[in-house]
Ligand binder design. Structure first.
Ligand code: DX5
Ligand code: ZN
Length: 259
């Protein structure tokens, strides 16, 4: 089953609760934490995750793009993360192992993330205890970047390792996901799709202004449809390309919405 994890990086942070509500039908909520050191960008920290937890029951898929993540595992777990992804490049392997141990003690799901430069085999020392592997299909740090097709090989290799050593582990990809690239990553073995820009645009042929207008109308008529529409567009693209997903159709009851 394909899981979609909209990224709050593409949300309007002043209207975060509204934007989270718009994607509440998705499987996970992808929360990008950046420290300005591991990546050249700053986003949010523990207090914002705490606030998000208070406003939604969604599964919080928290992607930590921070140096020495072991320092913050307990704090993010207490703040309400359901799953924490730490980057293999962010610390020495012994402290990566330590961070995963703390996740286990805190009762959060364990994931490691790979920058594009990192080889699939780097997950091997940890794979048997992981719940998810996150393969980056852009250089981490910013939303809206172009998908790196060269990462399809890494996805295939990670899929092969997962099948061999821990078939229950999920494989999520992150970066440049759209209806065009989603079928490629699913065909390569991904089942989780973190997506920022594509959800924000509503993905109706990039007609951003039109989508924003439609969202306004839809919101006024009580239809939560912007990201929903985007999710359906992706699921449709997936279904067309690989038969891998089924579309959960939901017609909007509001006549002005027309969906
Ligand atoms: C990038 C982040 C991504 C980002 C993806 O470093 O980890 O989660 O939100 O955004 P898009 O889908 O726009 O590439
Ligand atoms: Zn991310």
């Amino acid at each position: 089953m394909i899981k979609v994890s909209p990224s709050i990086l593409s949300a309007d942070f002043v209207n975060l609760e509204r934007d989270i509500r718009r994607v509440s039908d998705a499987d996970y909520l992808h929360v990008d934490v950046m420290d300005g050191a591991f990546v050249p960008n700053l986003t949010i920290g523990v207090p914002v995750v705490q606030s998000i937890r208070r406003c939604t029951d969604m599964f919080l898929d928290v992607h930590l793009m921070i140096e020495k993540p072991v320092r913050y595992i307990e704090a993010f777990a207490k703040a309400g993360a359901d799953l924490l992804s730490i980057h293999l490049e962010a610390d020495h392997p012994t402290r990566i192992a330590q961070a995963l141990k703390v996740m286990g003690e805190c009762g959060v799901k364990k994931a490691v993330a790979l920058r594009p430069i990192t080889k699939a085999e780097a997950i091997l020392p940890y794979l048997e205890e992981l719940d998810l592997v996150l393969v980056m299909t852009v250089e981490p740090g910013f939303g809206g970047q172009a998908f790196m097709e060269s990462q399809l090989d890494t996805i295939r290799q990670v899929r092969a390792l997962i099948e061999r050593y821990n078939p229950a582990c999920e494989l999520e990809v992150d970066g440049g996901i759209s209806p065009k690239t989603a079928p490629l990553v699913v065909e390569a073995g991904a089942e989780g799709l973190a997506a920022g820009d594509w959800v924000r645009l509503g993905l109706v042929g990039g007609r951003e202004a039109a989508v924003v207008e439609e969202e306004r109308e839809a919101e006024a008529s009580g239809c939560r449809s912007g990201a929903r529409l985007a999710e359906e567009a992706l699921l449709l693209a997936l279904a067309d390309a690989s038969g891998a997903a089924s579309v959960r159709g939901a017609a909007c009851p509001a006549s002005s919405c027309g969906r």
